[in-house]
Ligand binder design. Structure first.
Ligand SMILES: [Cu+2]
Length: 137
């Protein structure tokens, strides 16, 4: 009887441990991407746009240096866009296209990146998880 109870307790503890490990895996966000500065002083990165995500979705750049982002869409039908409202960045991107945008952030802070496309009456792409952030240091 006592042995049976012990086995049950050990079994339960193992099950809980597995559940905790799985939860940690799911909750782990992708690490932020430190955008490298080229020899010409330009900070360059490539971002992949899919339905409904940006990869990478958390970029870190330095203030006062130009940023050049190559946006590549890997969708076959759905158009997306790339908006950083605070920095006046707004770029449409048709399915399968690649566009390069350039801007120079002058103020530090963390600014949301998102896609505001939506097919009425469905939720916006941002609501479906198509968002990220630009951290300016
Ligand atoms: Cu979109």
């Amino acid at each position: 009887m006592r042995a049976c109870r012990l086995i049950c307790v050990v079994g339960l503890m193992l099950a809980l441990q597995i559940a905790v490990v799985q939860a940690a895996d799911v909750a782990q966000p992708a690490p932020p991407f430190m955008v490298p500065v080229g020899a010409d002083g330009v900070q360059r990165a490539t971002i992949t746009l899919d339905s409904y995500s940006y990869t990478p979705n958390h970029l870190i750049v330095e203030a006062g240096k130009p940023v050049e982002l190559t946006l590549t869409s890997v969708t076959t039908i759905t158009p997306h866009n790339f908006i950083i409202k605070e920095l006046s960045v707004e770029q449409d991107l048709s399915a399968g296209k690649t566009v390069t945008i350039k801007f120079t952030p002058t103020q530090t802070g963390t600014f949301p990146i998102y896609c505001d496309k939506r097919l009425w009456p469905l939720p916006s792409h941002r609501d479906k998880g198509m968002e990220g952030k630009l951290e300016v240091k």
